[in-house]
Design a protein around this ligand. Structure first.
Ligand SMILES: [Zn+2]
Length: 492
């Protein structure tokens, strides 16, 4: 009998090992994207240095997002005039509209109206450079200096680099008298850094009203990394979804009075307890149900065997994987919603019981979750705490839908990326920050977020940070990528 059980167990183990092995070996990257031709700069006769000088000029317009009515409008007006002067062939070929206050919507009409258009996004506005950070810049942030093979200044990456590269590409084609087969729409917002309500929202609404249903939308959001944390090698990350966000306001009321003979709970103890519980409430974290699994699959050939075995068999190794990733904030953000208590307020004196205490808890919402469910869960978590109420401080935003990785447009973008950055495998990924593209989900089913530039981990600190700069090599990559995109995707 014992022998029989052992034989049975042995067979079961063998079957299990076989299954794990099978899953590991069949966990492979999707077929590589079809090659898309892009010429090198010499063949295109592109002058990357001249383009870099123009990006420098673009940076000199201080198009800082307009947070109030008092702020100077002149930089935006002057920037618009400069664009018209600098890219004359494109401006002659395309229709230009100013939407909202300063957003620019260009329509370069294709010869075949039956083809769905392409929508290409970039934004004109930049974040300010705080006075107290100036001493840490090695150049004048709005000087637009070209030095050490790079263009320096606020907006070089985020996002005038993209805007200028798009127009360099369009001008290059328009100047040769080329005309698109499929309409190309360029939408350049002026308030992306403030949320896009006065720019992208209005432009997307205008397009939707015109019945525009695009082949795809492409915006900033992710790029190629020289060392992907999973593989240690380069990888081009294409954003296929963007996290949502929301802030919960926790309010606790208590009996006000002197603290010499306190009730068992005070407003402060209640709010502390509520924050603690919500912070710790269970959130699902796993590879499935978001872009993480697709990313792992795309990078599978570069993963070590053990990592590949673990991610291919999440049903078995899930707890181990989660344990490994628990200490890694980036992994946590990729696998599930994150919860960060950020503010707490209550009481004015050490010996007085306040009548009320409040706290704010910031959520970044993974595509798997939604704001309605998270609020419900938070309320259940503190249901027994009398005097505690919870609401979203402002209307929360859910994550965007997940764009396809098997679409013809993904294949085009991935193929072009492989041409420009041949060492970097292409992988889908989740965008952890916010971009204007989230407003365009009514315009296209597939919205991608990718700048074809190669960055180091240190470079990732530059947007919104210090010494922002774009290498001329990266500017050249972007221009060739966009020419390739327009030629392969839209030109006759
Ligand atoms: Zn940006």
């Amino acid at each position: 009998m014992v022998r029989l059980i052992l034989v049975g167990l042995g067979a079961l183990l063998l079957a299990l090992a076989g299954f794990v092995g099978f899953r590991t070996f069949s966990f492979t990257a999707p077929p590589p994207p079809a090659a898309v031709e892009i010429a090198d700069s010499a063949a295109y006769a592109l002058d990357a240095n001249a383009a870099a000088a123009r990006l420098g000029e673009a940076i000199r317009f201080r198009t800082v997002s307009l947070a109030s009515a008092e702020e100077d409008r002149a930089p935006f007006r002057e920037f618009h005039a400069w664009l018209q002067q600098t890219y004359p062939a494109f401006h002659a070929a395309a229709r230009r509209e100013v939407i909202g206050e300063f957003s620019l919507l260009y329509t370069w009409e294709g010869s075949d109206p039956a083809q769905p258009p392409i929508v290409l996004l970039a934004h004109q506005d930049v974040v300010p450079v705080p006075e107290d950070t100036l001493q840490n810049w090695t150049v004048e942030p709005f000087g637009g200096l070209v030095r050490d093979e790079a263009v320096w200044g606020r907006g070089a990456i985020d996002n005038k680099g993209s805007l200028v590269a798009l127009l360099e590409a369009a001008e290059f084609l328009a100047a040769q008298g080329r005309r698109p087969l499929r309409t190309i729409i360029f939408a350049f917002g002026h308030d992306e850094e403030l949320g896009g309500e006065g720019g992208a929202v209005l432009m997307a609404a205008a397009l939707a009203e015109r019945g525009v249903r695009a082949w795809f939308v492409l915006d900033e959001g992710l790029a190629a990394l020289d060392r992907h944390p999973l593989t240690g090698g380069p990888a081009s990350m294409i954003g296929i979804s963007e996290r949502g966000s929301g802030t919960l306001r926790v309010r606790a009321v208590g009996q006000p009075g002197h603290s010499s003979m306190p009730p068992s709970e005070t407003a402060v103890s209640l709010v502390a307890e509520a924050v603690d519980r919500i912070h710790a409430m269970p959130i699902e974290r796993k590879l499935e149900g978001g872009p993480a699994l697709g990313m792992m699959r795309a990078l599978a050939p570069e993963l070590s065997f053990t990592n590949r075995m673990a991610v291919a068999n999440e049903w078995l190794f899930g707890p181990l994987l989660r344990q490994q990733m628990a200490g890694n904030p980036a992994a946590q953000a990729l696998l599930g919603t994150t919860i960060a208590p950020t503010m707490i307020d209550g009481g004015v004196r050490p010996n007085v019981l306040p009548g009320e205490a409040t706290a704010m808890i910031n959520f970044r919402i993974h595509p798997r979750d939604d704001a309605v469910g998270l609020l419900r869960q938070a309320r259940q978590t503190v249901a027994d705490l009398e005097g505690v109420t919870i609401d979203w401080a402002e209307t929360p935003r859910d994550a965007t839908g997940i764009s396809s990785t098997t679409s013809s447009s993904y294949a085009l973008i991935a193929g072009l990326s492989r041409e420009i950055l041949s060492d970097a495998p292409v992988a889908p990924a989740l965008v952890l920050a916010g971009t204007d593209s989230r407003h365009y989900t009514t315009v296209a089913e597939n919205v991608y977020r990718f700048q074809p530039i190669l960055l180091t981990a240190a470079d990732l600190e530059m947007p919104h940070g210090l010494n922002e700069r774009l290498s001329i090599a990266n500017l050249d990559r972007m221009i060739r990528f966009y020419i390739g995109l327009m030629e392969a995707g839209a030109m006759q």
